[in-house]
Design a protein. Structure first.
Length: 140
């Protein structure tokens, strides 16, 4: 089975003046650490919503230093359990993001393509079929 894993990362950023600058620097810094080995990991901002419905920014700034919350998404292939997928994602991302705390937020099992192909509306079973030998050989 294949799984889509979302991991939260707390990325420290130094010498910043505002939240937008901190977020841009954190995304760039994370991208540099992940590339080229993990260039398939998607990097997004993480936002929170208070119980009152107010959206909070992903960056917290104090004394020109920021802690930025990012979501890192990756697909893990050929795993047996969701827990296995989360461990693989944490290990792969964690090896490249040294001293950055990580937390698995979600693991989503992806649909298998083979199962989708088997249920064609015309009842053919989908997929490619191999022609018979007689069909390949023409009689002259």
């Amino acid at each position: 089975m294949d799984c889509r894993v979302v991991v939260e990362a707390a990325v420290p950023v130094y010498d910043v003046e505002n939240e937008d600058e901190a977020i841009r620097i954190a995304i760039a810094k994370t991208g540099e650490m992940l590339n080229p080995d993990l260039n398939y990991v998607e990097i997004n901002m993480r936002t929170w919503v208070t119980p009152g419905g107010e959206e909070l920014p992903p960056a917290f700034i104090a004394a020109d230093e920021a802690l930025v919350a990012l979501e890192l998404e990756m697909t893990v292939f050929n795993v047996e359990q969701e827990e296995h997928a989360s461990r693989i994602a944490r290990k792969e991302i964690g090896q490249r993001l040294e001293n950055v705390p990580l937390k698995v937020l979600s693991v989503e099992v992806l649909e298998e393509e083979e199962e989708e192909e088997e249920t064609q509306p015309d009842g053919s079973g989908g997929g490619d079929t191999i022609p018979d030998f007689d069909d390949l050989v023409k009689d002259d």
